[in-house]
Design a protein around this ligand. Structure first.
Ligand SMILES: [Zn+2]
Length: 246
């Protein structure tokens, strides 16, 4: 399994990183988590073809996490019209939001035609859910927008937790317990933006996080430098195009 970082930055192209997109590549298919505006470009650049894309998980509806979808869907419709469309898994209301987004970009193009949506409601939170036969996932409500979800995805004996955007909350500890990988947002140096995490909050809580490896994403200016200065943390700072192999 490969985890390929397609976009590790925030909504401001901080430190020249693209907006949120993460690719999990399995032998048989790809899973995308969020689809920021640069997603298609980086998918092609760092992972090659899109023909194995089967599932797209969305953490929330902000444009830096969903704005690449119209172009990704346009590409699939143009170059892979013979393949089944991916399934979109996201918060309640996902279908309506994505339909409106696609319609605003290409009115009447029916970009979402043939897409299956699976919306996660309150009653599904923290439940053991599946897509396909071998991808198990749980969702956790996060402290960002009212629809925000984090995902803990388990494939075989590898579990990874992905926070999406969020302020600090105890579910981050719970969902990352026993994970090989925690991909957590870390937006600023000090707490300054509600609904986001900072380096100082991270450092105060890092002993609580039991994932083997933590990768900060949605990184703002100087976050990389501040974390690197700390050293000795179970933290790896990755750039767009970097990959982890499990
Ligand atoms: Zn957001």
């Amino acid at each position: 399994m490969e985890v390929i970082f397609l976009g590790s930055g925030n909504a401001f192209y901080s430190e020249n990183m693209d907006m949120s997109s993460l690719l999990i590549r399995l032998d048989d298919f790809d899973i995308l988590v969020d689809c920021g505006p640069g997603c298609l470009k980086n998918y092609l650049k760092y992972a090659g073809k899109l023909h194995k894309l089967k599932y797209i998980f969305l953490t929330h509806f902000h444009g830096d996490h969903t704005g690449g979808l119209p172009f990704l869907l346009l590409y699939l419709g143009h170059f892979h019209q013979d393949l089944p469309k991916p399934v979109i898994i996201g918060p309640r209301g996902a279908k309506n939001r994505i339909r409106k987004l696609c319609d605003a970009c290409y009115q009447g193009s029916r970009l979402i035609k043939g897409l299956a949506f699976r919306e996660i409601g309150k009653r599904h939170l923290e439940q053991r859910l599946f897509v396909g036969q071998n991808v198990e996932f749980r969702t956790y409500a996060m402290a960002h927008k009212k629809e925000s979800l984090a995902y803990r995805i388990t494939i075989g004996d590898i579990s990874m937790a992905i926070t999406g955007d969020t302020g600090w909350n105890s579910k981050i500890v719970e969902m990352s317990e026993g994970c090989e990988l925690l991909i957590s947002e870390c937006s600023t140096l000090t707490p300054e933006t509600p609904g986001h995490l900072s380096v100082s909050e991270w450092l105060a809580k890092i002993d609580l996080l039991k994932a083997k490896l933590i990768v900060p994403v949605h990184r703002g200016k100087d976050v990389r430098g501040a974390l690197e200065k700390e050293g000795r943390l179970p933290v790896k700072i990755l750039q767009d195009g970097d990959k982890l192999v499990f």
